[in-house]
Design a protein around this ligand. Structure first.
Ligand SMILES: [Zn+2]
Ligand SMILES: [Zn+2]
Length: 105
């Protein structure tokens, strides 16, 4: 009996109110969301069993994209003086990494 009314349900949560750029249409209409899984009973979520990976969902075009941390992480790595590709330290102003040869632009 219990097992027919209880179960694990996905639940979509909006993480914050900030609008982010949608990589698909370029408009700031994407929201950061996450799908968590809850154990539910009588369709009421009781206990979070699995926390989802954040993703962007655009309210305009509906496109779902992975949270875009790539370019930001690369920029931060560059600012700290390390190559975002191989992690070795490089001097500011280099257009190419002297260690792995990747473009820094
Ligand atoms: Zn979009
Ligand atoms: Zn490198």
């Amino acid at each position: 009996m219990f097992f027919f009314i209880g179960g694990i349900q996905p639940k979509t949560r909006q993480i914050d109110q900030e609008r982010r750029m949608c990589p698909s249409c370029g408009l700031y209409q994407a929201r950061l969301k996450r799908v968590d899984h809850y154990i539910s009973l009588f369709f009421v979520p009781l206990l979070k069993v699995k926390e989802g990976v954040p993703f962007l969902q655009c309210e305009r075009c509906g496109k779902i994209s992975p949270e875009s941390e790539g370019p930001v992480a690369a920029e931060e790595a560059l600012r700290s003086g390390n190559c975002p590709y191989c992690g070795k330290s490089i001097e500011a102003g280099f257009r190419f990494c002297p260690h792995c040869g990747k473009s820094m632009v």
